[in-house]
Design a protein around this ligand. Structure first.
Ligand code: ASP
Length: 307
């Protein structure tokens, strides 16, 4: 039985000419570390849920990516984070939005899935739940990053908000996510983000919305998205891929290409997604200059790419 994992660290205006060799190495190294964490879990027979959680934790702990430690500043100069996770086996899911000071929002989302009767908790309610569950909290200063602070300073007096990887902002990039198929045939998806620089407080992106930025279903595929969240919500993008497969008879490549290069583009959305189907086939399309991404499968495929 084939099994595997794919991850992303955000899509956007990632231009080779803006990247130094050292910076590029740091990104590749970060992606590789996260990918091997997931690969090891799957190779030992671990679950897809565990693999996507641990892979995302690794990316959340890396300040290069806009999730957990590297989360962008919102309009009030705070870090409000969104995350979600879904199990393709039973369609169980958990999500948190607008949470502050939790080191790993994906763990909080997983706790919502496993230990609450709800799917999605937001703001104070999510944080109170996290405290009850003893989910690890850190000081606000843990999230400080000079470059992201400068990004925010440059637009904070405007009504403008921007993707961490927008054209004015080529230095630091994105939301993180992972999708996996385990040896038992189960699919899972996890996505985590700091959202968009200078976003209004209380703004919720696609990453924590099941069906928009994150979706898994053993009948079809597991999907994690990155890009301009408002458009991904309006297109119900992650579910769209699954639905095109289930109802439209498309295969994973046809469905994910259609969604990224036609349907989301048509309404003005930019970004990409990673997806794996129930046979372990992986697709990673994007309609931007680049997307930090990687994948591994038991068939011997291993890729880590940016452009
Ligand atoms: N999709 C994320 C959001 O809108 C941003 C990103 O992918 O970087 O919150």
């Amino acid at each position: 039985m084939n099994f595997g994992i794919a991850l992303h660290g955000g899509a956007g205006t990632i231009l080779k000419k803006e990247m130094t060799l050292d910076k590029e190495k740091e990104y590749l190294f970060g992606l590789e570390a996260a990918l091997s964490r997931g690969e090891k879990i799957l190779s030992k027979g671990g679950s897809a849920i565990e693999a996507v959680t641990e892979t995302v934790v690794e990316l959340e702990n890396n300040s290069l990516f806009n999730a957990g430690k590297g989360s962008v500043f919102n309009h009030l100069g705070k870090h409000e984070m969104d995350a979600s996770i879904m199990n393709g086996k039973d369609l169980n899911a958990g999500a948190v939005c607008c949470v502050e000071q939790f080191k790993n929002p994906i763990i909080l989302a997983k706790l919502v899935m496993e230990k609450s009767e709800h799917v999605m908790l937001t703001g104070n309610g999510a944080m109170e739940f996290g405290e009850k569950m003893n989910c690890e909290k850190v000081e606000e200063s843990y999230f400080f990053d000079q470059l992201r602070y400068d990004q925010w300073q440059s637009i904070k007096d405007s009504d403008h908000f921007q993707l961490d990887h927008s054209i004015n902002n080529p230095k630091k990039f994105g939301t993180v996510g992972a999708v996996a198929l385990d040896q038992h045939g189960n699919l899972a998806a996890a996505t985590s983000t700091g959202g968009m620089t200078n976003k209004k407080f209380g703004r919720i992106g696609d990453s924590s919305i099941i069906g928009a930025g994150n979706y898994a279903n053993n009948n079809t595929c597991a999907v994690s998205c990155t890009g301009s969240g408002e458009y991904f919500i309006r297109n119900v993008t992650a579910y769209d891929v699954s639905c095109l497969m289930e109802m439209g008879g498309l295969d994973l490549k046809e469905a994910s290409d259609k969604v990224i290069h036609e349907r989301i583009k048509k309404i003005g959305g930019d970004g990409g997604l990673i997806a794996i189907d129930k046979n372990g086939h992986i697709e990673m399309p994007f309609n931007t200059e680049g997307m930090y991404r990687g994948c591994w499968s038991s068939k011997g495929i291993k890729k880590i790419e940016i452009y």
